[in-house]
Design a protein around this ligand. Structure first.
Ligand code: HH2
Length: 265
């Protein structure tokens, strides 16, 4: 899953894809580089980011999706109205970082459309979520949250086989919390749904590389984290640097599968 943020303020590609033509070109390049779909978002969720209204979010996202009608996309939104419009324009997956808690109308929009859905764990809300997050046991608390959200979604008519789960790296979590969740991805996989991971360029990676003030991680660090997640069973990787991740994961998958790749000596 490639990332295209149609925002002026995202933590890693803010401003780069704010113009619709630039966003469309980035999406097409990511697909050419091997992405299976492109996640279009118009509201930054980086720590401290301020909220965007529904009209502004639609103004940013609609021209991009109109150009990408025949292209597999997901919509990174927590607003039912934005998801509804995106689904009308052909989006296949709703990526809701609030896990259906942000807008009471969201679950119905997803259920009625039959779209895929990503449920992500977040403690608090983006403006304040990094203010001393604390857990008794982060792995079991995140798993219990996702289990409850999965039950909520299916009780409201979303098909279980359409849902994937995401621990929400960096959303109300310290570096240690993120590492614990990555190390014990098996606990989330035990919920029976594919796991999506969003580790790409996250600040925890930069901090692990030794800069306590880092606001983002490098591409190499992102790939290292993605491979560790792959080894633990993650199925979907939300990334900025598509080609590099596709190459690294292709090799990891070939090793996992065993046997020769067609055409390889
Ligand atoms: N991370 C971000 C945004 N959306 N969605 C899911 N499912 N999982 C994630 O980890 C995730 C997400 C934050 O990253 P980014 O989109 O690059 O930045 P911003 O929120 O500043 O636009």
């Amino acid at each position: 899953m490639g990332i295209v943020n149609v925002t002026p303020d995202s933590f890693s590609d803010g401003g780069l894809n704010f113009a619709p033509e630039a966003a469309v070109a980035s999406a097409r390049r990511m697909l050419a580089d091997g992405a299976a779909l492109v996640d279009i978002g118009a509201e930054s969720t980086r720590p401290g980011a301020s909220a965007v209204g529904v009209d502004e979010e639609l103004r940013r996202v609609v021209p991009v999706l109109e150009e990408l009608v025949a292209v597999p996309t997901s919509i990174d939104t927590s607003k039912a109205e934005v998801a509804r419009r995106a689904l009308e324009l052909g989006t296949e997956l709703v990526n809701d970082v609030t896990a259906l808690r942000g807008d009471p109308g969201m679950v119905e929009v997803v259920a009625e459309s039959g779209a895929y859905l990503c449920l992500m764990h977040m403690r608090g809300e983006p403006r304040t979520m990094q203010e001393e997050p604390s857990y008794r046991d982060v792995v079991s608390e995140v798993a219990a949250f996702l289990e409850e959200r999965l039950a909520f979604a299916t009780a409201h008519g979303v098909r279980e086989d359409r849902i994937c789960l995401d621990p929400g790296f960096g959303f109300g979590k310290t570096v240690e919390h993120n590492l614990a969740l990555l190390r014990r991805l098996d606990v989330l996989l035990a919920l029976g749904r594919p796991v999506l991971v969003g580790l790409s360029r996250k600040r925890s990676l930069g901090r692990l590389l030794g800069d306590p003030e880092a606001t983002r991680g490098t591409t190499a660090a992102s790939i290292g984290a993605a491979l560790a997640a792959f080894e633990r069973g993650a199925a979907i990787f939300r990334v900025h640097d598509v080609r590099e991740h596709v190459e690294a994961l292709t090799i990891a998958a070939a090793i996992e599968r065993g046997g020769a790749i067609d055409g390889a000596p």
